[in-house]
Design a protein around this ligand. Structure first.
Ligand code: PRX
Length: 607
């Protein structure tokens, strides 16, 4: 059952935003509701994201302008004009169609960090309307295999020419996916099952035929990104073409004041929602210049950071909170002044008031940090202090006053200050589906059909929202989301481990750190060290190195309630250093001795 919604505040608000994009067919229908809280935005509209990001800018005379600077891990700064991007995307599209028989119903996985290669490949997919998914370049075999199983791509494009990765790919093909094809950008070699293409060829070779860009229906699936929830497997969050793209531009304009004049540097991986919305599609849709950073850690070299800000005339700097905290710890009393810098932003995690204050002072700006609050699911920023807001009423630390049109509420008892954040009204950037996940999809909605963010929030005296972390079992580590159950199910694959519990504890520098408690089948000290090594190897191969736990404790039994639920709260208190808080109510605990034993193990390790 469908019904189109007309003439209320919501649709008239978003109708006014339609002109942010140049459509091939301007939508008349703003919002359509379907069953099960699925909604389509601008469903009769037609557009092409590549056209809007590249071709239109060329047509408007920006062909020679630098569209992308990309900084590689060797501190080298490379640049591409809009003309060069257009050329590279045309070449790659042509190559994909002719060599790999890629069609508009094909699916592509892009295995790459923020780079020239990821940008060109994403734009080629946008041009041809190919449903795609960017996955982190440091994901290893198991994680890649799982994403292939869920997404079922026809082709993987990787920029990684590392021998191990090639072997992993080869194994994946041989075992399960003989029809799957691989294209490695950057290098040319003859190998049995791989195709290689030098990235430089994307710029140089001249084509006979230019692939046409499609006029794409607004509600068509644009891309999916894998993220973690409280289930054991990553979930593929799907975004639409028109709604997502319009929302990207809307948020860039309203929160960052982005325009053609902007030079935007976002230290964000391509496999993150930020790497889509704020590193690529948003900035290019304005005809501005974006700077991609392959290894954000390079920016901890403050001399280099200063050089980039000045030489590339960065006007908007948008960094993950983890990086800001590290920058604070390495730069001490140094300050950077750049006349071009107008706005600074933060992403991924709570920005503590003192860190926000330091960040603004470091760049000699007396303005609120645009502390952006959002999720993979929301497509773009839900709320943030706006670039032109006032420090008096937007003190550092909050995520600003949400736009009224969202109808953001806290679900709580009237006596409490903190509550669960929900969004009452739909917005165009909202995910449109979850791969194979109607069960998971349903978890996102309250019985009234409101969207649940699974975060706890409260309001300050100026009505700014503050975020206090997740209320499900999701751990946010260096801006990456991992479900505790996901960690646990991976560890349980190791022989000789019978039970496991993964928790996060607070950390000054990194915000949170992972702690693992495991129960083994055979107790043997010598084996314990081996088991710990196995756990670390398994976690790195599945998630990447950011998931290395701070500590692994091997214990006799986990603290459980009589109904079998693990008391993670207790584990969190015991694992936190120093042990300040009381452990709290233990009346539901099955075996009180387990607590004594766990305390002993933890204290022995701390010594
Ligand atoms: O808990 C919130 C936290 O990160 C989660 C979303 O993670 P992910 O889907 O990986 O998206 C990352 C892109 C931002 C949220 O549910 N989070 C994100 N931004 C903030 C935040 N927590 C506090 N303050 C923020 N500004």
């Amino acid at each position: 059952m469908r019904s189109s919604i007309q003439n209320n505040n919501l649709t008239s608000f978003w109708k006014k935003q339609v002109n942010l994009l140049s459509w091939f067919k301007k939508p008349k229908i703003i919002l359509e509701k379907k069953n099960n809280n699925y909604k389509d935005w601008f469903s009769d509209g037609k557009l092409n994201v590549f056209y809007e990001c590249v071709e239109k800018n060329i047509a408007e005379g920006l062909g020679e302008k630098i569209a992308i600077y990309y900084i590689n891990k060797n501190y080298e700064i490379n640049k591409l004009s809009y003309n060069e991007i257009g050329q590279a995307v045309d070449n790659l599209s042509n190559f994909l169609v002719n060599k790999f028989k890629i069609r508009s119903n094909s699916r592509i996985i892009i295995h790459s960090s923020a780079s020239f290669e990821s940008a060109i490949t994403m734009l080629a997919c946008a041009k041809m309307g190919i449903f795609h998914s960017v996955i982190f370049q440091d994901l290893k075999k198991d994680a890649i295999k799982l994403r292939i199983k869920i997404f079922k791509p026809n082709l993987i494009i990787s920029r990684d020419n590392d021998e191990n990765i090639k072997q992993n790919f080869q194994e994946i093909i041989n075992k399960n996916h003989t029809k799957l094809k691989f294209l490695i950008l950057r290098e040319k070699k003859t190998a049995l099952k791989f195709n290689y293409l030098k990235s430089s060829q994307l710029l140089k070779c001249r084509l006979k035929k230019k692939e046409k860009f499609m006029k794409i229906n607004s509600k068509r699936k644009f891309f999916t990104l894998f993220t973690s929830g409280s289930t054991g497997e990553p979930k593929g969050i799907i975004h639409s073409t028109g709604g997502y793209f319009l929302y990207s531009k809307f948020t860039c304009k309203n929160y960052f004041g982005m325009s053609k004049k902007s030079v935007v540097m976002t230290a964000s991986d391509a496999g993150w929602i930020n790497g889509h919305t704020y590193s690529l599609y948003g900035p290019l849709s304005f005809g501005s210049t974006t700077i991609l950073v392959e290894t954000p850690m390079l920016l901890l070299d403050t001399k280099f950071l200063e050089k980039i800000l000045k030489e590339l005339k960065v006007s908007i700097l948008y960094l993950p909170v983890t990086l800001i905290r590290l920058l604070k710890s390495v730069s001490q009393t140094k300050k950077i002044k750049s006349n071009h810098l107008i706005t600074i932003g933060s992403m991924g995690e709570p920005l503590a008031p003192n860190v926000g204050n330091w960040y603004a002072n470091f760049f000699k700006l007396r303005k609120p940090v645009v502390n952006t609050y959002f999720q993979t699911e929301t497509g773009g920023i839900v709320t943030a202090p706006k670039y032109n807001s006032n420090l008096e009423i937007n003190p550092h630390g909050s995520v600003g006053k949400p736009f009224k049109i969202f109808g953001i509420c806290l679900e709580k008892n009237s006596s409490e200050k903190k509550g669960e954040i929900i969004i009452k009204n739909s917005w165009p950037g909202c995910m449109i589906d979850v791969i194979n996940g109607s069960k998971i999809w349903n978890k996102y909605w309250t019985k009234e059909g409101y969207f649940k963010l699974f975060d706890i929030g409260s309001y300050d005296k100026f009505n700014n929202l503050n975020i206090h972390g997740r209320n499900d079992d999701v751990i946010n580590i260096r801006g990456h989301r991992i479900g505790s159950e996901e960690i646990e199910s991976i560890i349980l694959k190791i022989n000789n481990i019978s039970e496991v519990s993964a928790i996060a504890i607070k950390d000054k520098l990194e915000n949170s750190k992972i702690i693992i408690f495991v129960v083994t089948k055979k107790k043997n000290k010598e084996k314990n060290e081996k088991i710990k090594k196995k756990i670390i190897t398994k976690l790195i191969s599945y998630f990447g190195s950011f998931a290395i736990p701070e500590n692994i404790f091997i214990i006799k039994s986990l603290p459980k309630t009589r109904s079998g639920k693990i008391l993670r709260r207790v584990l969190r208190v015991i694992a936190s250093k120093p042990l300040k808080k009381p452990i709290g109510d233990l009346s539901t605990l099955l075996d009180k001795n387990s607590i004594l034993e766990i305390k002993k193990v933890v204290n022995n390790e701390k010594k």
